[in-house]
Design a protein around this ligand. Structure first.
Ligand code: PFF
Length: 455
């Protein structure tokens, strides 16, 4: 029965295109903006090691589950979950996993588009050469001038959203596929170029030992949980983005094989981003621990401003970051757009514009919370940080937990076995990970969140 299912939205031209698109979704601000600063905040190499364990034990089994549900359901997450639940004789309420994903997608886009807008703004700044010889105070002033100016932020937010909608509105083959076909190879080339440059700097060996020599004394009680959360966000799991991409995957492609590629590439890019960024900072005696979320926007430009050809390297860096953010944003808007097409019969163009407009509108909240509304707090957080917190730390883990539980506990062995096409032993390993290890890991994050909230 599964063999003759197809999605009304089309199918990827090849398994490689799927791997590129899913890698495009996974590789984003999470890898290049967030991974370096939280690695720095949580003890370097020890954190990286734990992160890798989380990717393998929790992330990859959930990713296999998500692709499997998408491909079997052949619809956007809400409808895919509905159909699969019915087929497996389970409650229709499983569709709520998809509903949660739609909300998570909107929430993520609200801040994602704003940070992506910063990267656009920074591409222009590097061209104008403002970072040449800039001091720490000056780079900080440049960043603050941007975030405190609602009109400039609005312009960049709008441009980024139009870029995203214009690709999604063209559909799977003409839009998503064409974008990732060019952007992803460009991203890899730019990244390798930067790593190549960093390898020639004096800080390279310090960076290598910083990233790969675990110093376990640096590990605190929250390290595992932060690593697990980062693994989730970075692999784009828990909101149906990967499920939607999986629904366009051919029957013949191997799910475990493609999952392995995506996992390796996403992790590889995060590590390479570290190998591009830290050597440059160490060479100039800058301390990554002090950067926080501004690491990339405030600290790195100090180093760029002091090196020869710094403007060119900075231009390459922020272009890379923008490409990465763009291909991820596509995958956040796609499930919502696909759902709207299925639900209302709208053309893809109309559906993409509607979902993009709602995301743009909500994004205004994040935008204003950086300046005019910076004093407005809900649960002690600005709109921007509330959206980030709710989506990344709560909705994605809950979504991932439910996806894993449905795939491993609610689907019949024959269905999952037929989709995954694993050997008996490998199937058993997936089952144990998806049934026990991944849910236990996620529950751990959530408990920490709840107690963090209460405490
Ligand atoms: N994985 C993306 C990143 O690392 O930036 C973020 C993301 C994309 C999260 C898509 C969730 C998602 F569905």
């Amino acid at each position: 029965m599964a063999a003759n299912r197809t999605s009304i939205h089309g199918q990827w031209s090849s398994r490689w295109i799927f791997v590129l698109a899913a890698t495009g979704s996974a590789v984003g601000l999470g890898n290049i903006w967030r991974f370096p600063y939280i690695t720095a905040e949580h003890g370097g190499g020890a954190f990286v090691l734990i992160y890798l364990v989380c990717i393998i034990l929790v992330g990859l089994p959930i990713m296999m589950s998500e692709i499997m549900l998408g491909r079997r359901g052949r619809r956007s997450p809400i409808h895919a979950m509905e159909v699969l639940a019915e087929e497996e004789g389970r409650s229709r309420h499983w569709r709520l996993v998809g509903v949660l994903g739609v909300f998570a997608g909107f929430f993520i886009l609200t801040f994602y588009s704003i940070v992506a807008g910063w990267t656009l703004a920074y591409i222009l700044r590097t061209v104008s050469g403002v970072f040449n010889g800039a001091s720490a105070q000056e780079t900080q002033d440049i960043f603050n001038a941007l975030v405190s100016d609602p009109e400039r932020l609005l312009a960049w937010h709008t441009i980024f959203m139009i870029m995203t909608v214009s690709v999604v509105s063209r559909g799977v083959k003409q839009g998503l596929e064409q974008a990732v076909r060019y952007l992803m190879p460009a991203l890899f080339v730019l990244l390798l170029f930067l790593v190549g440059y960093s390898a020639t700097t004096s800080g390279f060996s310090e960076a290598v030992s910083y990233l790969f020599k675990p110093d376990f004394s640096q590990i605190g009680p929250s390290t595992v949980l932060v690593a697990l959360g980062q693994a989730f966000f970075s692999l784009s799991l828990g909101m149906g983005a990967i499920m939607t991409y999986g629904s366009y995957l051919s029957e013949r492609a191997s799910i475990p094989g493609t999952t392995a590629y995506i996992g390796v590439m996403d992790t590889g890019v995060a590590l390479l981003a570290g190998l591009a960024i830290f050597p440059i900072m160490f060479s100039f005696g800058l301390q990554p621990e002090e950067g926080g979320p501004g690491l990339i926007f405030m600290i790195l430009p100090i180093a760029f401003g002091q090196m020869s050809y710094g403007s060119i390297l900075a231009f390459i860096f922020f272009t890379l970051l923008m490409f990465a953010a763009w291909t991820s944003a596509l995958s956040i808007l796609e499930p919502i757009t696909a759902w709207l097409v299925e639900k209302t019969g709208y053309t893809r163009m109309k559906a993409a514009i509607c979902s993009g407009f709602v995301a743009w509108l909500l994004g205004l909240g994040s935008l204003l919370s950086l300046n005019l509304w910076s004093e407005v707090k809900l649960f002690g957080m600005t709109f921007f940080s509330l959206m980030e917190h709710l989506s990344v730390n709560i909705m994605l883990p809950v979504g991932g937990l439910l996806i894993s539980v449905f795939a491993a506990w609610c689907m019949s062995r024959s269905s999952s076995f037929a989709e995954l096409k694993l050997s008996n032993n490998a199937y058993l390993a997936w089952k144990v990970a998806a049934m026990f290890i991944a849910p236990a890991g996620v529950i751990l994050i959530l408990l920490q969140e709840v107690f963090g909230f209460l405490g």
